[in-house]
Design a protein around this ligand. Sequence first.
Ligand code: UTP
Length: 228
Amino acid sequence: MRIVLSLGGSLLTGVFSSDNFVRYAEVIKTISDKGHKLIVVVGGGKIARDYIDIADGFDASDFDKDYVAIKLTWANAALFASALGDYAETKINISYDDIAEQFNSTDKVVVCGGIAPGQSTDGVSSKLARAIGADMVINATNVPGVYDSDPRVNISAKKCDALTFDEFRKIISKNEQAPGKYGLFDLAGIDILQDENIDLVVIDATNPREILQTVNGEQKGTLISSGE
Ligand code: UTP
């Protein structure tokens, strides 16, 4: 399969240690060994949000905050590519065309970060999924899946096992779309995946093995599809 994995920075850098990078790298290596082709889009995590907060303190524009945060995603991506060693291309490309070309010219894992202000790495993942004709996008987060309402506000919120893109859009349309706060998924990204009919799976990958289980068709999170 051709897979784009949106790897939340909060997972990869939440515990900022070599061991944590290796935990995720081992799972990606196993998936690659099974013959799947992967692009891993790495998020910014806490360090990106710290930079955004500093920029907030002097009223930087949203464009500038996004611009700074993107650089942190590149640093996280380079570090993760290094953790993958020979399994990954070392070069972190920063345009859709270059990343798609890199993907099409190698059997190794391709790693990248953010690309342009005004979106999150989930938006990047959706655009890359379209560019490479991906079979699936996996959104690796630290929540069990998509809930029918905000579980932090509504204690009876229910986790959804499957949703259509229209249902998913309705649920997350109330989310803020601002630097460091693009929420569970980037709204523009949903439109792309729906148009291209590419399945999206939102999973809790606090335990990285959940990523492997998802690739094996045993996902526990939420499958978002056209519902056909
Ligand atoms: P993400 O919000 O995608 O990072 O990118 P993340 O770390 O995966 O999110 P969590 O913490 O796990 O939920 C970090 C920030 O980088 C900027 C945005 O400000 C975004 O919030 N960014 C990222 C862009 O402006 N453009 C991009 O293409 C990607």
